[in-house]
Design a protein around this ligand. Structure first.
Ligand code: AMP
Length: 195
């Protein structure tokens, strides 16, 4: 099963993706985490990505598409994956569809996590204090939210034009409650519902 977890910055996507992937027994593939690892390693990709990430902008589509294509070919991703933070632009979504089609695969579900901008601002301030991520400054967050609305939100509209199943889940509330909502939406028969 290939699931795209879709939601604004600060929506709790990463936390939920991690939990839901282990329920589905598929790898959690988070492009932001992969890029932060490249930055930490000081690789060529990391050096290119670092200033862009710090500013809240997106790294070029062709770069991230290559990263994902390689990752999806790893043995652990052969039966499925939970994609977190990808695709983030319509060209990325189109490239993902094309690469999966070539392999006889497809995105099975897009799960959209809904959180209002007001709630996002509240959460991100908290995260800046607790985690101190380089891109959690107020300016960078404002930029990430702007980029989300202008470049990433249209990805959901793109999936509406394809035959992909879209499931919408309210992302506000207790972390466990949101996980249950997502699990129920993805596995209505209750498979994997145990903790
Ligand atoms: P995230 O941890 O998903 O919020 O990602 C952190 C940063 O990594 C983003 O603000 C972008 O600069 C970069 N990034 C992550 N995923 C992508 C993507 N799919 N396309 C372009 N840039 C990305």
């Amino acid at each position: 099963m290939i699931v795209v977890l879709f939601g604004p910055p600060g929506s709790g996507k990463g936390t939920q993706a991690h939990r839901v992937a282990s329920r589905l027994n598929v790898p959690h593939i988070a492009t932001g985490d992969m890029l932060r690892a490249e930055v930490a390693r000081g690789s060529a990709l990391g050096r290119e990505a670092e200033p862009i990430m710090a500013s809240g902008k997106l790294i070029p589509d062709d770069l991230i598409v290559r990263v994902i294509e390689v990752r999806l070919d790893d043995p652990d991703a052969r039966t499925g994956a939970l994609l977190d933070g990808f695709p983030r632009t319509v060209p990325q979504a189109q490239a993902l569809d094309a690469m999966l089609r070539r392999k006889g695969r497809a995105v099975d579900v897009v799960l959209a996590l809904h959180v209002s901008d007001t709630e996002l601002h509240r959460r991100i301030q908290h995260r800046a204090e607790v985690e101190g991520r380089a891109d959690d400054t107020e300016a960078a967050f404002a930029e990430r939210l702007r980029v989300y609305h202008s470049e990433t939100a249209p990805v959901l509209d793109y999936y509406r034009t394809t035959a992909t199943t879209i499931v919408e889940v309210d992302g506000v509330g207790d972390i466990d409650a949101v996980t249950e909502r997502i699990a129920k939406a993805l596995m209505p028969d209750g498979a994997g519902a145990s903790r």
